[in-house]
Design a protein around this ligand. Structure first.
Ligand SMILES: [Zn+2]
Length: 448
């Protein structure tokens, strides 16, 4: 078969890769060559993209989100509350989710992510009221339409208030239903291979909304079907108290008891681990999704990212649900993580660390070594930013400017060698109409 057209992304203003001063060549969805200063491509490139006005970075990877929550951004019921009361105020609202509303929510979240330089996103969908059994199928279809790479986690809740859990009875499912649907989704949608566009992972929601039996059976299913595991852990002190009271141990001990402490698992938040627990995470090669904005909005505390990395824990970034972060903007999340960790650890944290977390660190969370770094044979997932807005005027270092001056919008985004954002727009997506329809669905759901 003849090779597909090669494209030289030529002479970038700056690029987050060593030895690629004159850009990269992309062919068959992969980076095939880095072009150092003074050189020209060895690969014959039929197409050239002039990147002289662009900063090129690996596509950003979002490792924690709840797309459906774009329908409850800044919801009055949830304002100024910590996690447990915040959840209790919003569960009944989310119970009203419909397939139509979810489809709009997912499209909004994915569009927002793409336009912020994100090329791969996870989602954690855990609300399955009657009629929304095909929530993950709806997400798969939207991802294919928009061209974003996804690792969609089949969330679950089966421990309701009746049994001592936090969510109301109407939003949980039973264990058999959850496991059968998890298996169905993996069989139907999960792609293998390092260029997979759609993958499924399994994600019981949290210790306070899922039974121990479901945690264990989910881990067994994930091992059997070779997919990854994801959940929230150690997000708040309330959760620590809940685990001590109900399970007689701290969250990490509970995770280990459930058979989850291993390299198949990545955890959202990881705020309240002690030094011994951080060392155990490192030994187990369990990865962490740091959600800087969400932790700040919900006043959950801060993730000790440098302590984690010193113990060998891989750390990625996640925007988390749009009702706790209230945004799905990955490059802004990079800035938020940079600021909060710089404040915690001082100047040893640089803007380059924050970019590394959002790329290589996030790729480790989802077990995808061919993503997150601009190097030969890796997948051609790239984000290109222009520095022509007022906020960048006067900048020196273009890569530092992305983080320090607060970039918020990518000009071009490539996923698997295809442009999915061009000139700050997603081809074929009517954003004005999407906002109108999504806003109407949100008002209806929130009964505003
Ligand atoms: Zn979350």
């Amino acid at each position: 078969m003849p090779k597909a057209t090669a494209t030289w992304i030529k002479d970038p203003l700056a690029i987050l890769a060593d030895g690629a001063e004159r850009g990269v060549v992309v062919q068959d969805g992969r980076i095939v060559e880095l072009i150092p200063a003074g050189a020209t491509p060895k690969t014959p490139a039929e197409t050239t993209f002039d990147a002289s006005g662009h900063v090129v970075v690996p596509g950003l990877i979002n490792t924690h989100h709840h797309f459906f929550q774009t329908l409850t951004r800044a919801a009055p019921a949830g304002l100024d509350r910590e996690l447990f009361p915040w959840l209790k105020s919003l569960y009944p609202v989310w119970a009203g989710l419909t397939p139509e509303a979810l489809e709009l929510a997912v499209t909004v979240a994915m569009a927002e992510l793409l336009l912020s330089g994100c090329t791969t996103t996870t989602d954690h969908h855990y609300v399955f009221p009657a009629g929304l059994e095909e929530a993950i199928d709806i997400e798969v279809a939207a991802a294919k339409r928009l061209g974003i790479r996804v690792v969609l986690t089949r969330g679950s809740m089966n421990l309701s208030q009746r049994d001592g859990g936090l969510p109301p009875d109407g939003v949980v499912q039973d264990e058999d239903t959850i496991l059968a649907d998890s298996k169905r989704l993996i069989d139907r949608h999960h792609q293998r291979g390092d260029d997979a566009m759609v993958q499924i992972a399994l994600a019981p929601c949290s210790p306070f909304s899922v039974t121990t039996a479901l945690m264990r059976s989910t881990a067994d299913l994930a091992a059997q079907m070779e997919v990854r595991l994801h959940t929230h852990l150690a997000e708040t002190e309330d959760e620590n108290r809940y685990c001590t009271e109900i399970y007689g141990c701290r969250p990490l001990d509970y995770l280990e008891n459930c058979g989850w402490l291993g390299d198949r698992t990545w955890l959202a938040h990881a705020v309240h681990f002690n030094a011994d627990e951080i060392a155990r995470l490192g030994q187990a090669r369990t990865a962490i999704s740091h959600c800087a904005c969400s932790n700040q909005v919900l006043a959950s505390g801060g993730c000790p990212v440098c302590d984690m990395e010193a113990s060998g824990v891989k750390v990625g970034l996640g925007v988390d649900g749009s009702a706790s972060n209230d945004a799905s903007n990955m490059i802004q999340e990079v800035r938020a993580a940079f600021l909060v960790q710089r404040q915690r650890y001082g100047i040893k944290v640089s803007h380059r660390d924050a970019l590394r977390w959002a790329t290589q660190g996030s790729a480790a969370c989802i077990g995808r070594a061919s993503l997150g770094e601009i190097k030969p044979r890796n997948i051609a997932d790239l984000a290109l930013f222009k520095l022509d807005e007022l906020r960048f005027s006067g900048h020196g270092d273009p890569i530092a400017a992305l983080v320090l001056c607060g970039a918020h919008r990518a000009d071009r985004v490539m996923v698997g060698g295809n442009w999915v954002v061009e000139d700050g727009r997603i081809p074929g997506l009517d954003i004005e109409q999407l906002i109108r329809r999504h806003s109407t669905a949100a008002r209806r759901l929130q009964k505003l």
